[in-house]
Design a protein around this ligand. Structure first.
Ligand code: PLP
Length: 386
């Protein structure tokens, strides 16, 4: 339905939206330095708009879009060395990926405890509340990764799942997934890898010859891996995927769906848009593994540049970066974050580690870092950090 350009009410509403939008921080400005989301790749934007009306909750209405979803899942299966038995469940992001994984683990094991590192994302607190699961925390080593010897003591008769993090929210660290996998295989325990951030980073760091552990289905004890296209997949919000070692497991989280065209539906959501799926597939198809490799190489170059500039100011890092995430030690994270925000720059605060988090996403350049450094220096001097 076309509206004449002279429809004043229509144009007025758009104007109103624009006014609200102007209050937002934008990725395009380069001033959001703390988020794990990015300015989507241009092809994601185009694809998203074209698929706005699609509903993958009723896939027989859009067999073409469903075929795109299947191809995207096949791409991820190759990327993560998934066996032929594997499948993928599209989700809205890391939170839903974790919820779905724990739902599977609970259904398959009929047990109730989730053993997870102290660095796990807060979505697990939602899981505890939603599903009545008990969280059993494992301490971290001095390198901020899960301490496997403590993990051994926490696995027991009630363990439904062990969770490992491949790219932690706070520092981008990677738990020792191969060792955890071995332990879970021995104990016959479901092992979920939360690679919401690292899933589109670690495969390419490994290709670039960086010393990072394996984290995917090559580790035989890994049951599920979640990874987000709206983070380092360089695509549009909301999209993540939970990759599942055995497609037969999905049956345990499937219900009858009598009034839509497909008779059964797996997972949490009903109606869900095909637009972010088309966008994520378009980016994956366009960049391919070589394109992602170049993206990760460039993000790491900017990260190391930022690290040099920041330490050059006399500030220090919580730990050397494993991936494109920097934790910069400060005594008063909230004060620093507030002052930077007042000057138009957004970084995240991590009170638990007394640091601010900077994430060098694909749209962050060395020029942006050069603009940011003097602001950070002045701010730190002003609030007594330097
Ligand atoms: C490791 C990890 N898991 C899960 C999530 C939650 O993802 P989302 O906010 O997309 O639900 C995040 C978010 O930053 C994350 O870093």
């Amino acid at each position: 339905m076309e509206r004449p350009k002279t429809d004043l009410r229509y144009n007025g509403v758009l104007k109103e939206l624009e006014e609200f939008q102007q209050r937002d921080f934008s990725f395009a400005s380069g001033r959001i330095l703390g988020s794990m989301c990015a300015l989507p790749h241009p092809i994601a934007r185009e694809a998203y708009i074209r698929f706005l009306e699609t509903n993958l909750g009723d896939p027989e209405l859009c067999p073409g879009t469903k075929a795109i979803e299947d191809r995207f899942i096949a791409f991820l299966a190759r990327l993560l060395h998934a066996p032929k038995t594997a499948t993928g469940q599209i989700v809205s992001g890391g939170t839903e990926g974790n919820i779905t994984a724990m739902w599977l683990a609970k259904q398959l094991s009929k047990r109730n405890e989730v053993v997870l590192p102290k660095s796990a994302h807060f979505s697990f607190a939602k899981i505890a509340s939603l599903m009545g699961m008990k969280l059993v925390e494992v301490p971290l080593t001095r390198d901020y990764v899960m301490d496997v010897s403590s993990l051994k003591k926490k696995i027991g008769k009630s363990t439904a799942a062990v969770v490992g993090i491949a790219g932690s929210t706070e520092l981008g660290t990677i738990d020792p997934i191969p060792e955890i996998s071995e332990l879970c295989a021995q104990e016959h325990v479901f092992f979920h890898v939360d690679a919401a951030f690292g899933g589109f980073v670690i495969p390419f760091l490994r290709k670039l010859g960086e010393d990072v552990p394996q984290f995917d289905f090559q580790c035989s004890g890994v049951s599920t891996v979640s990874l987000d296209s709206h983070k380092m997949g360089y695509s549009a919000i909301p999209l993540g995927t939970l990759m599942i070692r055995k497609s037969s497991w999905l049956e345990s989280i499937t219900v009858e769906s009598p009034y839509i065209s497909s008779e059964r539906q797996a997972g949490i959501l009903g109606t869900r848009s095909g637009a972010p799926v088309a966008a994520a597939y378009a980016v994956a198809r366009y960049l391919g593994e070589d394109g992602y490799c170049e993206m990760v190489r460039s993000c790491m170059e900017v990260t190391r540049y930022a690290q040099r500039r920041i330490t050059g100011l006399g500030l220090s890092l919580v730990t050397p970066p494993t991936m494109n995430v920097l934790g910069v030690k400060v005594k008063k994270p909230a004060t620093v974050v507030k002052r930077l925000s007042e000057q138009g720059w957004r970084v995240n605060k991590v009170e638990r580690l007394s640091c601010i988090r900077i994430v060098c996403m694909p749209h962050i350049t060395k020029e942006i870092i050069d603009e940011f450094i003097p602001v950070l220096k002045n701010t730190c001097e002003e609030v007594g950090e330097l």
